[in-house]
Design a protein around this ligand. Structure first.
Ligand SMILES: Cc1ncc(COP(=O)(O)O)c(C=O)c1O
Length: 387
């Protein structure tokens, strides 16, 4: 069997130390080792999102959707929420909130675009909203919003700013406290590069104070149930509300240790350089990128592929040793595929991915320039020793 590189949008390229750290026989969730791992992971998650000591970090069993739906805990009956959606994961907020007694409005962008800051600002100036949901990187297209600018523009006019950072935390710059973001959530398997199995969030003091009122949340996802447990872990003790994902927490701990060693600055730079190199290669192949110029993330790239069946391309690439992801944006889903370059991504993975893309396209009767890997290499050579 060919050993495969996972260039999916999450889980993405694995790190053997991180993945194997989750194998912890005979260590339970009430052990001192687990208490320490959980405390460390909570503190490091707050750090990586730029949350200061006034924020409370949470780690829940599940993933990104669990973290998203748990934010209903901050709402009450009749709360008004503005959903800013740039694609399938922005739309997921609508699917979640339609299960609860809240009101919402959705602002949408077409595939590859993002709703402009001016439009969101005008909306929150005109109407009262208790919360606004923003998707930092829309994984269905790879489009990234100018989060800092957006948060600054809407802050004076809205209750809570909730950011889905599932495809960004650990790969994109994000600063919850400085940018006045109330809630920033992610999943363990994305740019943090850990095992699947956990949803993470930080919540501002203002958000946490909303947990004092009545609840419209489901039982399992009600953060009122999780708050005392998280506080207990943070103070060095343990606690139980529902079984935590023990292996995933040890894997997260290892991820955060490696992030500390690499430093967040260098990690962000590595993501920026790898995505730049990948896109230069894509351009060299004559292919179009889904996200518009100026809104391209450092973690996910959607690539249009005309004249070839996407599934055939994905299958051929898989045989060639690289797994890419199918498109999921309704408007364009048969015309593109997605590439994750996040977490433990490194130059060799980018070069390999471009070579496999070229081979797959040519073997399926399409045309692709021959110099994609060279174009990417040139970016890496210029950037050494940063990656
Ligand atoms: C931006 C974004 N939000 C939410 C989710 C949902 O996360 P999960 O699949 O871990 O539930 C994803 C998953 O890809 C995502 O990319």
């Amino acid at each position: 069997m060919v050993s495969r590189i996972l260039m999916h949008v999450g889980p993405s390229v694995g790190n053997v130390n991180v993945l194997s750290a989750s194998t912890v026989p005979n260590i339970g969730f009430a052990s001192p080792e687990f208490n320490h791992a959980m405390k460390y992971a909570l503190e490091e998650y707050a750090k990586i999102t730029g949350a200061d000591s006034s924020y409370t970090p949470f780690i829940l069993p599940g993933g990104g959707t669990v973290a998203m739906e748990s934010t209903v805990s901050f709402l009450e009956k009749g709360s008004r929420v503005l959903i800013v959606s740039n694609g399938a994961f922005g739309d997921r907020w609508e699917k979640i909130l339609s299960r609860y007694p809240v009101e919402f409005k959705v602002l949408r962008a077409s595939a590859g675009n993002v709703v402009p800051v001016s439009q969101v600002k005008a909306e929150v100036q005109d109407e009262h909203y208790d919360a606004v949901t923003l998707t930092h990187v829309e994984t269905s297209t790879g489009a990234r919003i100018p989060l800092k600018e957006m948060a600054y523009a809407i802050r004076p006019h809205v209750g809570l700013i909730i950011v889905d950072g599932v495809a960004s935390v650990g790969g994109e710059r994000l600063n919850a406290a400085d940018w006045n973001i109330d809630i920033c959530l992610t999943a363990s398997q994305k740019a943090l590069g850990a095992q699947t199995g956990a949803g993470l969030l930080v919540a501002s003091e203002k958000a946490v104070s909303r947990l004092e009122g009545g609840s419209i949340s489901s039982y399992f996802l009600d953060l009122r149930n999780w708050l005392p447990i998280m506080n207990a872990f943070l103070s060095g003790k343990g606690g139980y509300f529902a079984t935590p994902p023990v292996g995933t927490i040890f894997s997260l701990k290892k991820s955060f240790e490696l992030i500390e060693m690499e430093t967040l600055e260098r990690r962000l730079e590595r993501h920026r350089i790898c995505s730049d190199a990948f896109r230069k290669g894509v351009k060299e192949m004559g292919l179009e990128i889904v996200a518009v110029e100026g809104a391209r993330s450092n973690t996910v790239t959607g690539v249009y592929l005309e004249g070839i069946k996407i599934q055939e391309f994905l299958d051929r690439s898989m045989q060639g040793g690289v797994e890419f992801a199918a498109g999921v944006h309704e408007q364009i889903k048969d015309r593109y595929f997605r590439v994750g370059h996040m977490g433990w991504i490194e130059p060799a993975n980018i070069i390999q991915a471009l070579r496999v893309m070229e081979n797959s396209i040519i073997s399926l009767g399409g045309s692709a320039g021959k110099d994609a890997a060279l174009a990417a290499k040139a970016v890496f050579e210029k950037s050494l020793p940063l990656v």
